[in-house]
Write a protein that binds this ligand. Structure first.
Ligand code: SF4
Length: 695
């Protein structure tokens, strides 16, 4: 599996920078990663986007942390210390905080860019070594609303189809997903479908690159998605385009959904969404009459206080038109983080245990306690979500925190509240390979490996598990996250539960812990992944081929085998516009950067491509590109250069979120949460813009 080219080796692996998980080779010479080559993996067929082409630069970047950093208080400078001193100090502080304030006074936050083995270890470490109920992860900021909708409707949390099915559809609807910039290589499937004659419908307040080429672009107001999809479904019903045989055979709740959407006429949707009523009818006819139709969405409809409902309204439309379980028909969420799918499967989420088990289910608790070799009574109960944990930090209910692979100082909404929460902590440890804004505020920072210095698996947006391979040894002084957690467990008296030599042993335990669940990895081995290029779960045995497409037998993963359709009612956003803040702010990504930017804001080619943030404004506001614009919400203000474009609605502005304070988009965003999934409402809040004197 490695190509030896004399003094150079090509190590096959996958890109770390989004949920597409393109195959790539890392070029290695003299034991060091120095470049990248495209790889003819069937996900990406030799294509890589700018992030993928530049990802290798982070591996031997001069900013890499190579020694633990420690300080007794935030006012002091960091000093480099040895691992023994750092780990001993951390264990001592954890013990002291928990002895004085209880087990739950120490929390843990993981990340969905970690390999699945490490996400499994984060959940196990929190419950077994720390014995705290407070563990969550940054996927809470990503697609948990889609996950909640999937579980409610289908009893399984993943996309229903492989990317390749997109090529077979007759009508492709993409809602709230800037595919060209956030998942660039997935665009090949969109173009492929269109080249084969598919109709392309984009639902997005912004005219993104893909929206410019669409047959229909529905530029609706941010925060109105469920009103739009309810009205589309209402029109589908009125025009006789539902698949009644499918509904009768495979669903429950249809009568209630049909009755509820009757109130959403195209005229009412037009008023709520700020679009022509004719577009509702047009989309209903195109989607409802297509022999094969499918819908994909991303954070644009998920980052809302009704994120779960928004996703359910899309599921209702796909199901009512019979578009499930066949090639070219289906539904999926496009995961944003490299391991956005796998990161939520194996127990680092506040309410879940490995295999997507519920931590509140007595049977599930017993099963996992047996695998972990602990008394069931010792297993903590469910904790709270990431943003709720920040509020608990502010109230001193959580006094210590261990963060792994996340950067909440940039990624969480309402920055001033987040900073207050972290500043209130008595003790904060952060694991990272660069000094992120969050790590720079910690008491101890531990230097850990990049994705190229360890092996492990990730699950991409298709729920296809792929294998990442180690291309070089870590720099001297750097340990794997796995080793760090095992060493800490040893010092906390739980070492016998963490005897892992590396990722392979962790993966074998993960496979056993997932066996028999819906999220079944039992039949997936490293060897099979290297042979096949990836296997979609569920995969219960080593002779099982995996499950690229769900529901082919007409059954979902609920015990009755039916799609549980859910009534959805539209609600206004948490922070509606008014006279003082008359416009809507929406936020998102740009092609050159990843998440909080900690990994991409230092990579030469990407910084040259997009060095700083901006505010996208419509020409009707009288600015010229480059003018200084003050962007003000009820939580903060920042000054950004204008990018004047007709690609945004006149009543909206857009700011990308990859940069820290004082130009952070998340100084402006609201920390209102979806009550079901606890995802923050990043995509809509009230805003005003003013001319500023200078940048
Ligand atoms: Fe990496 Fe995603 Fe770009 Fe592929 S599309 S190269 S996985 S960032």
């Amino acid at each position: 599996w490695r190509a030896d080219l004399g003094d150079e080796t090509l190590v096959p692996t996958h890109c770390c920078f989004c949920g597409v998980q393109c195959g790539m080779y890392l070029r290695v010479a003299g034991g060091k990663v120095f470049g990248v080559e495209p790889r003819n993996h069937d996900i990406n067929r030799m294509r890589l986007c700018p992030k993928g082409l530049n990802a290798y630069q982070q591996v031997n970047h001069p900013d890499r942390l190579t020694a633990p950093l420690l300080r007794r208080s935030r006012g002091e400078p960091f000093r480099e210390v040895g691992w023994e001193e750092a780990l001993g100090h951390i264990a001592e502080r954890i013990r002291a905080i928990q002895a004085e304030h209880g087990r739950d006074a120490f929390g843990m936050l993981g990340g969905a860019s970690l390999f699945s083995e490490k996400t499994y270890l984060v959940g196990k470490f929190a419950r077994v070594a720390l014995r705290t109920r407070h563990v969550d992860y940054n996927g809470r900021l990503c697609m948990v609303s889609a996950a909640g909708a999937n579980k409610l409707a289908f009893g399984i949390d993943r996309a229903a189809n492989p990317f390749a099915d997109i090529l077979q559809t007759d009508c492709l609807l993409i809602a709230g997903a800037n595919v060209g910039e956030c998942f660039p290589v997935m665009t090949q499937y969109v173009w492929g479908a269109r080249d084969r004659g598919a109709v392309l419908i984009i639902v997005d307040p912004r005219q993104t690159a893909v929206a410019r080429t669409a047959d229909v672009h529905v530029a609706l107001r941010s925060g109105t998605d469920s009103a739009f999809f309810n009205a589309v479904l209402n029109t589908v019903v009125r025009e006789g385009l539902t698949d009644e045989a499918f509904l009768a055979a495979h669903t429950s709740g249809w009568d209630e959904v049909r009755a509820a959407v009757a109130a959403y006429t195209p005229e009412r949707a037009a008023e709520i969404c700020g679009i022509p009523a004719e577009q509702v009818v047009q989309v209903a006819r195109l989607f409802g009459s297509a022999p094969r139709a499918m819908a994909w969405h991303a954070r644009g409809i998920e980052h809302h206080t009704q994120g779960v409902e928004n996703c359910l309204s899309v599921i209702n439309l796909c199901t009512a038109t019979g578009n499930l379980g066949r090639p070219g028909c289906g539904y999926g969420t496009i995961t944003g983080q490299g391991n956005g799918q796998g990161g939520r499967e194996h127990g680092q989420k506040a309410d879940l245990l490995p295999g997507g088990r519920s931590i509140l289910d007595p049977v599930h608790r017993r099963q996992i306690s047996e695998i972990w070799g602990i008394d069931e009574a010792e297993l903590p109960t469910a904790g709270t979500s990431m943003m709720e944990m920040v509020h608990q930090m502010r109230r001193c209910e959580i006094r210590g925190l261990l963060g792994v692979c996340n950067n909440p100082f940039v990624s969480l909404p309402h920055h001033s509240v987040v900073k207050e929460g972290y500043d209130t902590l008595d003790f904060h440890v952060q694991l990272d390979f660069f000094l992120s804004e969050t790590a720079a505020n910690a008491h101890v920072v531990l230097p850990v490996t990049t994705w190229a210095e360890d092996e492990g698996v990730m699950a991409n947006a298709e729920a296809r598990v792929v294998k990442h391979n180690k291309a070089q040894d870590p720099p001297p002084g750097v340990l794997t996250d796995t080793r760090v957690l095992c060493e800490l467990a040893e010092r906390l008296g739980a070492g016998d539960k963490f005897r892992f030599a590396g990722s392979r042993e962790v993966f074998d335990e993960l496979r056993r812990a997932s066996a028999g669940t819906v999220v079944d990895y039992h039949g997936i081995t490293y060897e099979r992944l290297e042979e096949t290029g990836g296997i979609a779960w569920p995969c219960p045995s080593v002779d099982h081929p995996g499950t690229p497409r769900l529901f082919e037998d007409g059954r979902t993963y609920h015990p009755d085998g039916r799609v549980h359709l859910q009534v959805v009612e539209w609600h206004p956003p948490a922070d509606p516009y008014d006279d003082e803040y008359p416009m809507t702010l929406t936020t998102g990504r740009t092609v050159a950067h990843y998440l909080s930017g900690n990994q991409t804001r230092r990579l030469g080619g990407l910084v040259e491509q997009t060095p700083r943030p901006w505010v996208e404004v419509h020409p009707s506001h009288g600015f010229r590109t480059g003018d200084a614009v003050r962007v003000v919400t009820r939580r903060g203000a920042t000054v950004l250069p204008a990018l004047v474009t007709e690609a945004i609605r006149a009543d909206h502005v857009f700011v990308p979120y990859h940069w820290p304070y004082p130009v952070a988009a998340n100084q402006l965003t609201i920390d209102a949460l979806d009550p079901r999934s606890k995802i923050p409402e990043y995509k809509v809040c009230a805003v005003r813009i003013e001319r500023a004197e200078h940048l």
